[in-house]
Design a protein around this ligand. Structure first.
Ligand code: NAD
Length: 481
């Protein structure tokens, strides 16, 4: 049986704290008629507010003011996100910091991005300018709402677009706060509006709406494929940041203290609810038993607790219905013949009774082609696989539909380079893991997505190139040239 969907009562979407089951807040669900009006309002704002024609350094001032507004409410926003999706408070604070940094960075990019004067081939000067699309849709998942919202909204606004932001129905509370802060910071009304409700209903209607000219989506691969199809029919661009099953590789020459710590952080940070979670651990055969033993020892000592508890390392999963999915994933691993080396259960005790908790879980004994090794759990579930040599590692590492990220632990610089180039992944971390900064492009190979967010190209994603020619002809143009 499928897990219960998020709660909608009448025209309200109800956000529940996954640590306690308590109601945190309610938002109004967007109806199809609301959506039509919002798209209309977005176009009006785009054409009439003056935002797109503001000189970039003026637009940058507003983006900076939005960053200031987020910073002024940092603790309240972090606490709200913690209650909306159950992530530890320290992580939520980090995500609010990241959102602030993203608005500041795109203020800088907005002011400094250059276009090209292209090589001359006649009596004219030719150059490019960047034009916004108009009304764009930004659709985000529940795992890091404030951070994912900022990663899309800041560059989309910087490029001059009006944005319809659709947060997940599982974490609906941060997006309205961002819109409120942006308005207060001086963003013209209608330039950032929030669409709320179920993805399959209002999310699909948003993508299909004839007034939406570009879609930027972060979420699951199945949803991304459906969105890509609709955008293909409409012939509008879709930027897709999708799922992953990232290999985390430990060679026999690695610094094992660092490698084991990173493997544990890479999968159990955010309770595994991270697109770049290192969910497949590959260990060179001679050190396989030792590394897996050390990972299990550490996994067993992780402090699973309320997101605001002292020293918490893993909070609950983001919702009770998501925990059902993770439970089913591990049950299937068992039926495929996997050995559950630790976890594989809901923790017991009064502290966990009200929340959507699940224990850090380590599995081995399954071949690369098993569903457990192929599909994303998006939870605290690590599957371990031995490898013989580089060729075997590269074959197994690439034997998945995904290609989001990978980690490689080796003291050999040359091997790190070789393997990093050979693995099919949008981000490669050598002797580190899960680094992701606003200045550096991020995105996936294969089924992990299309397009790159972050960095300077993160702004170009929301702009279309226009080529301009200024004639310098001394003579009238002739018909036959
Ligand atoms: P999801 O695909 O179910 O939903 C993501 C968003 O899309 C939500 O806002 C949802 O309401 C909306 N949506 C759902 N169906 C839709 C449709 N048919 N049309 C339009 N919108 C629709 O994903 P999720 O469960 O919220 O998030 C988990 C997934 O997101 C995981 O697969 C994870 O790997 C991925 N993710 C990827 C990245 C990345 O940057 N690559 C980052 C975070 C999460």
């Amino acid at each position: 049986m499928d897990a219960l969907p998020p709660s909608i009562q009448g025209d309200e979407l109800i956000s529940t704290d996954p640590a306690t089951g308590e109601v945190v807040g309610r938002v109004r669900v967007t109806t199809p008629a609301d959506l039509d009006a919002m798209v209309e309002r977005g176009w009006q704002a785009f054409h009439q507010s003056g935002w797109k024609s503001l000189l970039p350094h003026r637009r940058a001032l507003v983006l900076q003011a939005i960053a200031d507004g987020i910073a002024a409410e940092k603790e309240a926003l972090a606490t709200l996100q913690m209650r909306d999706n159950g992530k530890p408070l320290a992580e939520c604070r980090g995500m609010v910091e990241s959102a602030i940094g993203t608005f500041r960075y795109y203020a800088g990019v907005c002011e400094t991005i250059e276009t090209d004067v292209t090589p001359q081939r006649g009596d004219y000067v030719s150059f490019t300018v960047l034009e916004p699309y108009g009304v764009v849709a930004c659709i985000t998942p529940w795992n890091s709402p404030i951070m994912n919202d900022a990663t899309k909204v800041a560059p989309a606004l910087a490029a001059g677009n009006a944005v319809l932001l659709k947060p997940s129905e599982d974490s609906p509370l941060l997006a309205p706060e961002l819109a409120r802060i942006a308005l207060k910071a001086g963003l013209p009304e209608g330039m950032l509006q929030v669409v709320q409700g179920r993805g399959a209903e209002i999310g699909a209607a948003l993508v299909a709406h004839p007034g939406v000219r570009m879609v930027s989506f972060t979420g699951g691969t199945t949803t991304g494929r459906a969105i890509g199809r609709t955008c293909g029919d409409k012939l509008i661009p879709a930027a897709l940041e999708l799922g992953g099953k990232s290999p985390h590789v430990v060679f026999a020459d690695a610094d094992l203290d660092h490698a084991v710590a990173a493997v544990v952080a890479g999968i159990f940070g955010s309770a595994g609810q991270s697109c770049v979670a290192g969910s497949r651990l590959f260990v060179e055969a001679p050190i396989y038993d030792e590394v897996v033993k050390r990972v299990i020892e550490r996994a067993k000592t992780l402090r699973v607790a309320a997101p605001d508890a002292d020293g918490v390392e893993m909070g609950p999963l983001a919702s009770f219905h998501h925990r059902e999915r993770v439970i089913r994933f591990v049950d299937r691993a068992r039926s495929e013949g996997g050995n559950i080396l630790c976890g594989g259960a809901v923790p017991e005790g009064a502290d966990y009774a009200r929340g959507a908790y699940y224990l850090p879980t380590v599995i081995d004994g399954l071949p690369t082609e098993s569903l457990t090794c192929q599909e994303e759990a998006f939870g605290p579930v690590l599957v371990c696989l031995p490898f013989r040599d580089e060729a075997d590692l590269i074959a197994q590492g690439n034997a998945t539909a995904f290609g989001l990220a990978c980690g490689i632990w080796t003291e050999s610089f040359k091997r790190g380079w070789r393997v990093g180039r050979a693995l099919e992944a949008g981000s490669v971390w050598i002797n580190t893991y899960k680094q992701s900064v606003t200045t550096t492009p991020f995105g996936g190979f294969k089924n992990s997505g299309i397009g790159r967010e972050k960095g300077i190209d993160g702004l170009r994603l929301y702009a279309q190139v226009k080529s301009m020619y200024f004639g310098l002809h001394e003579q009238p143009l002739s018909v036959a040239r």
